[in-house]
Design a protein around this ligand. Structure first.
Ligand SMILES: NC(=O)c1ccc[n+]([C@@H]2O[C@H](COP(=O)([O-])OP(=O)(O)OC[C@H]3O[C@@H](n4cnc5c(N)ncnc54)[C@H](OP(=O)(O)O)[C@@H]3O)[C@@H](O)[C@H]2O)c1
Length: 391
């Protein structure tokens, strides 16, 4: 810890602070931990692709701990995936090793095979055929373990499954599913009726775990943890719950067999390539590389987490308790950004009471759209005095 008189605070570095998980971390450290000061330079200031950026930052700032939740886009090519997800993570860990400080790394269930109750020791075999994302995440897991054994790297690795949370700038994973359902881009069920279970990770709880790790370093040193909700969830149930909250007609309850979905996906890839060749830019969603996962169970054991000293800050929360607020948040966001091709909230009779509540921000947007003069007058009257709070 930096214990100079001027700054007795513990100083942390979060890499990937503008992302989904990183955003929750920054908010938590800003609002809940006055004893910890966290910096989160963006990738223009500290790029994991640039070893010099890492060396300069560590030389200048000498952080007391590092959390790495950076990744390159999931569909990135081999070089970028290697440089950011693997080499960058390892260089960060080397810097942490040099300062002998904790390094907390976020990993993914993409390193695991399908199966039930998978443990922290399970992982896919490292093969050339893995996706760039899975390969780079798996190689990182392996090298961090090796660095712990060889040099005593003080690391903890947190494996996340399907992550849910607000403020995600990309449309991926569960958000892509939600988007496609609401935008009526999923006419039928791309899963089996029963028995396809997955683990879910609540992004808002991750900071509590990381803070706990920092306070109880010895216990978590050199360990991997699955950070997932205790109960796995049926994919069909998630899809049908979103559908019912929004009172949508699709996806119809016709379950498309995997082989048919796969052939359809391959056909779409072919059509898109053709369109791209004649100048129309299009691509299938990145998640379609995970199509197989829609049909195969993958549940992660959370026994190790349960048996640790960490106490879940909100054990009642599940993907189902959070869905109404997530739908509300993302619908507003995607509508603001004009991303929907067919959905407009005006045309829908939303059923869930949480989603029906009038949003004051929406009312404000209406005034901005239709009565700018009225808005300007009211701001001039009440909203332009000096911000005395600063003094
Ligand atoms: N989201 C999920 O569904 C999910 C599921 C399982 C596991 N995970 C894991 O959780 C972690 C966080 O994922 P996320 O969804 O929060 O990520 P995200 O929202 O895509 O954010 C990625 C972050 O990485 C940063 N980044 C990208 N390239 C960089 C570079 N060259 N140097 C430094 N930073 C760079 C970005 O910063 P800039 O904006 O400044 O470029 C951004 O802050 C990852 O390890 C991921 O594997 C996520």
């Amino acid at each position: 810890m930096n214990n100079s008189d001027a700054s007795p605070k513990m100083r942390g570095l979060v890499v990937g602070g503008s992302g989904l998980i990183g955003g929750y971390l920054l908010h938590y450290f800003k609002t809940k931990t006055p004893e910890i000061d966290v910096r989160a330079p963006n990738s223009k200031k500290l790029s994991l692709r640039e070893l010099d950026d890492i060396i300069d930052y560590f030389k200048r700032q000498k952080p007391d701990f590092v959390v790495n939740c950076a990744i390159t886009a999931i569909r990135s090519d081999a070089l970028l995936s290697y440089e950011v997800n693997y080499q960058g993570s390892i260089n960060l860990a080397r810097a942490a090793l040099a300062l002998n400080i904790p390094y907390i790394h976020i990993s993914s269930a993409a390193t695991l095979p399908p199966g039930e109750n998978l443990s922290e020791d399970d992982h896919l075999p490292l093969e050339a055929s893995l996706s760039n994302y899975a390969k780079s995440k798996l190689m990182t897991e392996m090298t961090l373990k090796h660095m712990h054994e060889k040099y005593g790297l003080k690391y903890t690795l947190i494996r996340m499954a399907i992550v849910y949370g607000a403020h995600d700038h990309k449309i991926q994973g569960i958000n892509r599913l939600m988007f496609n359902i609401v935008d009526r881009a999923m006419p039928f069920m791309l899963t089996k009726k029963k028995g396809v279970l997955h683990s879910y990770s609540n992004a808002s709880k991750v900071p509590y775990f990381i803070h706990h790790i920092l306070k109880n370093r010895e216990e978590f040193l050199g360990q991997h943890y699955h950070f997932v909700d205790p109960e796995p969830v049926e994919l069909a149930k998630v899809i049908l719950t979103i559908k019912s909250y929004m009172n949508l007609k699709t996806p119809r309850e016709i379950y498309i067999p995997y082989q048919v979905a796969k052939t359809g996906n391959e056909f779409m890839n072919w059509v898109i390539k053709l369109f791209n060749r004649i100048g129309y830019k299009a691509h299938v969603p990145a998640e379609m590389i995970f199509l197989e996962n829609f049909y195969k169970t993958q549940t992660l054991s959370c026994e190790k987490l349960k048996n640790s000293s960490f106490i879940d800050p909100n054990p009642q929360a599940t993907i189902f308790t959070e869905l109404p607020s997530l739908i509300k948040y993302y619908l507003a966001r995607w509508e603001h950004l004009n991303l929907f091709s067919s959905f407009s909230s005006k045309n829908f009779s939303i059923t869930h009471p949480e989603l029906k509540k009038v949003d004051p921000a929406k009312e404000l947007a209406e005034v901005f759209m239709h009565s700018p003069r009225k808005l300007l007058d009211s701001i001039h009257k009440d909203g332009i005095a000096p911000l005395d709070e600063i003094l």
